[in-house]
Design a protein around this ligand. Structure first.
Ligand code: BGC
Length: 273
C-alpha cells in the first residue's frame, strides 16, 4: 500500500487511556483533526469488552466522515505484538494475552490496527511533528501516568520498546520519573529534573539516539525542565502534544504496510520458502 494521498477521506484514530478514550478523524495530508475530538470516560472496570463498547460509540459518532469500510487506528498503553496485548502496567490486567485487535474487529466489523500508545505518538512526531523527516535515530518518550517510549530509525518504527520500565537504582524507572509521580509526590520541576537526568542518562548510555522528543501533557511546560537535563542527544518537546496518539494511530491504520515491525513476518507465523 502506498502512503495515503491528500484527496482521500479522513481516517479515524482512537487513543485509549487510563481515564479517557479519545477519537477524531484525521486529515492525513496535514496530520490535523478534520473534526472536534470526542472524549468518553474510560469505564471504571476497563476490560477489553467494556472498552470496545466505548470505541464503538466513538466510531458511530464519526461514521459519516470516514470511509465506510476503511481501517481504524487504535492505541493502547500496553505492549501489542501482532494484535495481542501482552502487558498491562497501568490498565486492567485482563488485557494481558488478550486478542485485543480481534475483539475490536469483531465488535466493529472493521479492520483495526492496534498499536502501543507511545509508538503511535512517535510515528506522529516523525511524520508531522518535532522529528519530521529526521535522517537518524529518534527516541520519543511520553511522560504521563507512566513513561512510554518509541524508537524510530529514518521513519521506521521498532515497536514495543518499553524503556519506561528500565530498572534504575533498583526501581522501575516510570515509578520514579513519570510526570504522575511528580504530581503525586509534589516534586518541584528542579527535583523532578534530577530524576529525569538519571533516566535519560541511562537511556542514552544504552541506545544513543540522535534526537529525543519529549511528549506527554507535561511537555507544554518543557521550558521548566528540559533545559535542566544535560545529555549528548538533542532533546526537544513534542509538537503534536495531546493529538499525537490519535494522529499516529490514524496514520498507521492507513500505512501499516510501510512499517515492517507491525506486519506479521514469516518467523512469527509460518516460514515460507
Ligand atoms: C506501558 C507502556 C505505555 C506507557 C505510556 C507504560 O506503563 O508499559 O506500554 O506506552 O506506559 O502509556
Amino acid at each position: 500500500m502506498s502512503e495515503q494521498q491528500a484527496s482521500t477521506s479522513p481516517v479515524l484514530g482512537i487513543d485509549i487511556g487510563g481515564s479517557g478514550i479519545k477519537g477524531a478523524p484525521v486529515d492525513l495530508a496535514t496530520g490535523e483533526f478534520a473534526d472536534k475530538r470526542l472524549r468518553i470516560d474510560t469505564p471504571a472496570e476497563s476490560t477489553p469488552e467494556k472498552v470496545a463498547d466505548v470505541v464503538a460509540q466513538i466510531v458511530d459518532h464519526f461514521s459519516g466522515q470516514i470511509a465506510p469500510d476503511g481501517p481504524i487506528g487504535v492505541t493502547i498503553p500496553a505492549v501489542v505484538t501482532h494484535g495481542i496485548t501482552r502487558s498491562a502496567a497501568n490498565i486492567d490486567k485482563s488485557w494481558i494475552d488478550c486478542e485485543a485487535e480481534k475483539v475490536f474487529e469483531d465488535r466493529l466489523g472493521r479492520d483495526i490496527v492496534l498499536v502501543n500508545d507511545a509508538d503511535a505518538a512517535g510515528v506522529a512526531e516523525v511524520k508531522y511533528g518535532a522529528a519530521a523527516n529526521h535522517p537518524g535515530l529518534v527516541l520519543l518518550t511520553t511522560l504521563g501516568t507512566g513513561i512510554g517510549t518509541a524508537i524510530l530509525y529514518r521513519g521506521i518504527l521498532v515497536p514495543n520498546s518499553e524503556l519506561g520500565h528500565l530498572e534504575i537504582d533498583g526501581h522501575d524507572a516510570e515509578k520514579r520519573a513519570a510526570s504522575s509521580v511528580k504530581d503525586k509526590e509534589g516534586l518541584t520541576y528542579e527535583k523532578w529534573a534530577k530524576r529525569l537526568q538519571r533516566y535519560y542518562e541511562r537511556v542514552e548510555a544504552l541506545l544513543w539516539p540522535d534526537l529525543i522528543v519529549v511528549g506527554g501533557g507535561v511537555s507544554k511546560d518543557s521550558d521548566k525542565f528540559l533545559p535542566l537535563i544535560k545529555i549528548n542527544a538533542e532533546m526537544v518537546p513534542a509538537k503534536l502534544r495531546n493529538t499525537a496518539g490519535i494522529v499516529g494511530a490514524a496514520w498507521l491504520a492507513a500505512n501499516k504496510e510501510t512499517q515492517p515491525g507491525l506486519v506479521r513476518h514469516p518467523t512469527t507465523e509460518q516460514r515460507v520458502e
